[in-house]
Design a protein around this ligand. Structure first.
Ligand SMILES: NC(=O)c1ccc[n+]([C@@H]2O[C@H](COP(=O)([O-])OP(=O)(O)OC[C@H]3O[C@@H](n4cnc5c(N)ncnc54)[C@H](O)[C@@H]3O)[C@@H](O)[C@H]2O)c1
Length: 263
C-alpha cells in the first residue's frame, strides 16, 4: 500500500499508492516556500491537504494547482497567532474531513535587528508567529488526534536555534522554544499514539532569504559542506518522512536539513 508513488503520472488514482494515502494534513504557511513545496509533495503522496496561511491569493493558487492535478486540497485564511481563528479552523477541518492526522507547524517569519536596535514589537511579533503560533495550532489539533489515538506533528525550527545568529534574538529565541516544545509534546503525546518531531533547516532558497545580497549568499553557500543553499523540496522531503508511517519510531527528534552546516 505504501510502495513508492509514480510522480510522472498525474492521474489522481495513481497517487493512492502514496506514503500519505487518505491522511488529512494541515500545513501552516503552505502558501509559499517550504510550506508550498510540502503541500504539493503531500498531495502527490495521497494526503488531503489543508493550507492555513495569511496570504490568500498565493494559498488559493497552490490549491488550484493541486485541484488541476485531481488532488484534494483546501485553503483557509488563518492567522496562526489568532487562537480563536485557529480553533474554529481545526473544527472546520474535522467537520469536513472527519479527522486530522498530520499537522505541519511550518509558518514562520523573520524581523531581524541586532539587540541594540531590536524593538519590542519586532520581538513580540516573531515570538507570536513562530512560537505561540505553533502552540495555538497544536493545542487546537491535538485533542482530535488524541481521540483517535493517532497523529504526526512536525515543527519547523532552524539551525540557528543551536548556535545563535547575529541579528536574530527574536527568531533564535522562538526557534529554540520550538525545539523545547517538540520535546515536551513528544513526551506528553507519545503514549497517545502521536509523534512530535522537528526539522532544523539551514540556508534554504525561499522568499525568507530573498532579501540577502548575492555576495553574502555566495559566501554563506561556500561555508556549507554541500556548497549550496538547500531547496524547499529538500525540506519537504524530511517533513514527509516524519509525517509518514515510515517514521513510526521517531519521536522527539530534531533533524537538521542543512547540507552539513552544523556537524
Ligand atoms: N528559508 C530558510 O532558510 C529557513 C531556514 C530555517 C528555518 N526556516 C523555517 O521554515 C519555515 C518556512 O519558511 P520559508 O523559508 O518557506 O518562508 P516563506 O516566507 O517562504 O513562507 C512562510 C509562510 O508562512 C506564512 N505565514 C507567516 N505568518 C503567518 C501567520 N501568522 N499565520 C499563517 N501563516 C503565516 C507566510 O504567509 C508564508 O506563506 C519557517 O518556519 C522558517 O522559519 C526557513
Amino acid at each position: 500500500m505504501h510502495a513508492g508513488a509514480d510522480f510522472t503520472v498525474t492521474d489522481s488514482r495513481r497517487y493512492k499508492m502514496g506514503k500519505l494515502t487518505d491522511r488529512v494534513a494541515i500545513i501552516t504557511g503552505g502558501a509559499n516556500g517550504i510550506g508550498r513545496a510540502t503541500a504539493i509533495r503531500f498531495a502527490k503522496e495521497g494526503a488531503k491537504v489543508i493550507v492555513w496561511d495569511v496570504q490568500k491569493a498565493m494559498g488559493l493558487e497552490v490549491v488550484a494547482l493541486l485541484k488541476e492535478m485531481g488532488l484534494p486540497a483546501v485553503f483557509r485564511e488563518v492567522d496562526i497567532c489568532n487562537t480563536a481563528s485557529v480553533k474554529s479552523a481545526a473544527e472546520e477541518v474535522v467537520k469536513e474531513f472527519g479527522q486530522i492526522d498530520i499537522l505541519i507547524n511550518n509558518a514562520g517569519i523573520v524581523r531581524d535587528a541586532s539587540l541594540l536596535k531590536m524593538t519590542e514589537e519586532q520581538f513580540d511579533l516573531v515570538l507570536d508567529v513562530n512560537l505561540k503560533g505553533a502552540f495555538n495550532c497544536t493545542k487546537a489539533v491535538a485533542p482530535y488526534m488524541v481521540a483517535r489515538g493517532y497523529g504526526r506533528i512536525v515543527q519547523s525550527s532552524s539551525i540557528v536555534a543551536h548556535y545563535g545568529n547575529f541579528g536574530q534574538t527574536n527568531y533564535v529565541a522562538a526557534k529554540a522554544g520550538v525545539v523545547g516544545m517538540t520535546k515536551v509534546w513528544a513526551r506528553e503525546l507519545g503514549r497517545k499514539g502521536i509523534t512530535v518531531n522537528a526539522v532544523s533547516p539551514g540556508f534554504i532558497a525561499t522568499d525568507m532569504i530573498a532579501g540577502i545580497p548575492e555576495s553574502i549568499v555566495k559566501s554563506m553557500s561556500e561555508k556549507i559542506p554541500l556548497n549550496r543553499a538547500g531547496t524547499a523540496d529538500e525540506v519537504a522531503n524530511v517533513y514527509l518522512f516524519l509525517a509518514s508511517d515510515e517514521a513510526s519510531y521517531v519521536n522527539g527528534a530534531v533533524i537538521n536539513v542543512d547540507g552539513g552546516s552544523v556537524i
